[in-house]
Design a protein around this ligand. Structure first.
Ligand SMILES: [Cu+2]
Length: 142
């Protein structure tokens, strides 16, 4: 076998190896979002402002955390501890979730996030600025 033949054979092996590696070699990571069991620990919080002269007081209740992200099809558990405010009526209309959250108590709700989208988590007692809100969070189902 001539040295030229050996060189061509080595070159062919290298090209073949590169071609094979491009097919079977490491791939870019594939992001797969799969349904799962997801539990969130939440509290009822309150933002408050009082002017220096004490004449103006502004309060706004909040869910904390206020944005929850889950894969579609997940079984979601919310455990909500009532801290600020005596009563909050939780509603996630899209998933027929409704519950009362009382100060000093933990309220647990469970549901399956069956459809994708962005769904408001509303407190029916504090739904807007006029009612010490908006106490609205967002459930993002991907
Ligand atoms: Cu509320």
């Amino acid at each position: 076998m001539s040295s030229q033949t050996v060189l061509l054979a080595m070159l062919a092996a290298i090209v073949g190896g590169l071609a094979l590696w491009s097919v079977l070699g490491p791939q870019a990571p594939v992001s797969r979002i799969t349904a799962t069991n997801v539990e969130f620990q939440m509290v009822t919080g309150e933002w408050k402002y009082q002017s220096p002269d004490g004449q103006q007081v502004i309060e706004s209740y909040r869910w904390d955390p206020a944005t929850l992200i889950v894969p579609r099809g997940s079984r979601v558990t919310l455990k909500i501890y009532g801290v600020n405010g005596s009563l909050h009526t939780l509603s996630i209309e899209a998933f027929q979730v409704k519950a009362e959250v009382k100060r000093g108590e933990i309220t647990t709700v469970q549901f399956v996030a069956a459809q994708a989208g962005i769904f408001p988590i509303v407190c029916l007692n504090h739904p807007d600025f006029e009612h010490k809100g908006p106490m609205i969070g967002y459930l993002v189902v991907q």
